[in-house]
Design a protein around this ligand. Sequence first.
Ligand code: FE
Ligand code: FE
Length: 289
Amino acid sequence: MTGGAVAIIDPSEIYRPDVGNWECDCEREGFRNFSSKGVLFDRVYQTYTSMHTNQCVYFVRAKHDHWLKFNHGELTIMQALEELNSLVDESDPDVDFPNSFHAFQTAEGIRQKHPDKDWFHLTGLIHDLGKMMAIWGENQYCVVGDTFPVGCEFAKSIVYSDTTFTDNPDLKNPKYNTRYGIYQPECGLDNVLMSWGHDEYLYRVLRHNNTTLPDEALYCVRYHSFYPWHTGGDYDHLCNDKDREMMEWVKEFNQFDLYTKSPDLPDIQELVPYYQSLVDKYIPGALKW
Ligand code: FE
Ligand code: FE
């Protein structure tokens, strides 16, 4: 599948039961209600059901095999941002404008609060670029939504976890269904296999292309959708001290990812020169995706 308008449903951006003051223009009351039966609820629930049914250890390793050859395209950061403009999330009432507006809004929100941290501004700009996978035909349940570790017990704080993991093959595998599963205590998140999505993909693309962004930035990219960890409070038993230290940055980042969505669209042309200078500093040139 190439180009054209691909509708992306991003459950993480529609439905956030774990974030109290999340607002949605549509059905403002109903959305935070698990028993809501609206059209969007069904669609989001369906996406998570597909995700939680399919994303097992074997499946994630196969995705690594497919995506981590970095043979899907060569694009600069700005080209990738532009490509993603053809992705309008038709299901999200808050984000019915091109993806790059969300990128610039997140970046500008961070820039206002942290004017001296240019790496953090750039992190805001690029954090969702792993969604390029959808342009290249990947299923949305392997691109968007909250992420979680595979290879060990699925935590309670995973959205809809009570009902959506029933058919996941790992659920009945004694190698994978215990608290630690295939992991050692405090092994560090770097050693944990995460469900496949846009976070891990962009992280790998950045590393593969030798970015000089600091670890704080890479943690934000890699774990911003890991809600069961940074918001749900689960999986600390797999974390090392570095992860715990870096979680503060992921949480700081997350506020801007969630709450800078607004219909006041930034003048992107005006902002491009500044962000281009950051790209040139930290991730220059055409990247292999
Ligand atoms: Fe994201
Ligand atoms: Fe985002």
